[in-house]
Design a protein around this ligand. Structure first.
Ligand code: F6P
Length: 187
């Protein structure tokens, strides 16, 4: 069984370095969505099922693909609570202690009125278990923190490493038998 995992295409908030929200894709993000669509068409045996979050940017990324798409709220990005819509700099200025804790205890730090990485790991657990149980190849289009949590569920990487897993935009990861590789798709 293969799990194809990707973040959404570049969003307006990515460009501004803002947290959360429900922004749409930029032109560059739409180009990635198109590249993903082309890859999906030409790749023999590409999954016929796709899970997205309920956010515009993941739905837009998957929209052009001729496969079944199911939005799941469990795949929504980490809720940054009071930090939602802020830039990283604005958050650091408004919540210096929170910013420090994110540097030293990122796994357990819970945004005020929001979530921690531990919360995201728990929120995505059942979906990951059900996905593995189904045993069918799948494409998951989600967000950075959620993709990190899924990598934990699908590869067994230690929780303490989860908040630091490198999941760049516009990269397609493939997980098979607990091993993760990256596929190059031109965008
Ligand atoms: O910046 C994009 C984003 O998806 C934010 O919405 C989210 O808060 C963040 O990445 C998660 O990554 P980190 O915890 O490393 O800031």
């Amino acid at each position: 069984m293969r799990i194809y995992l990707t973040r959404h295409g570049e969003s307006e908030y990515n460009v501004e370095n803002r947290l959360g929200g429900d922004p749409g894709l930029t032109q560059r993000g739409r180009e990635y969505a198109h590249a993903l669509q082309c890859y999906c068409k030409q790749c023999d045996g590409f999954p016929t099922m796709c899970f997205t979050s309920t956010k515009k940017r993941t739905i837009e990324t998957a929209a052009g693909m001729a496969i079944t798409k199911i939005p799941h709220a469990e795949l929504d990005e980490i809720n940054a609570g009071v930090g939602e819509h802020m830039t990283y700099e604005e958050f650091a200025a408004a919540y210096p202690m929170g910013d420090r804790l994110r540097a030293t205890e990122k796994l357990t730090y819970r945004y005020p009125s929001g979530e921690s990485y531990i919360d995201v790991i728990e929120r995505t657990r059942q979906l990951a278990v059900d996905t593995l149980r189904r045993g069918e190849d799948i494409l998951i289009v989600c967000h950075r923190a959620v993709a990190r949590a899924l990598v934990h569920h699908f590869t067994g990487v230690a929780p303490k490493r989860v908040p630091f897993i490198d999941i760049p935009l516009h990269s397609l990861l493939v997980i098979e038998d607990g091993q993760m590789t990256s596929v190059n798709i031109d965008s």
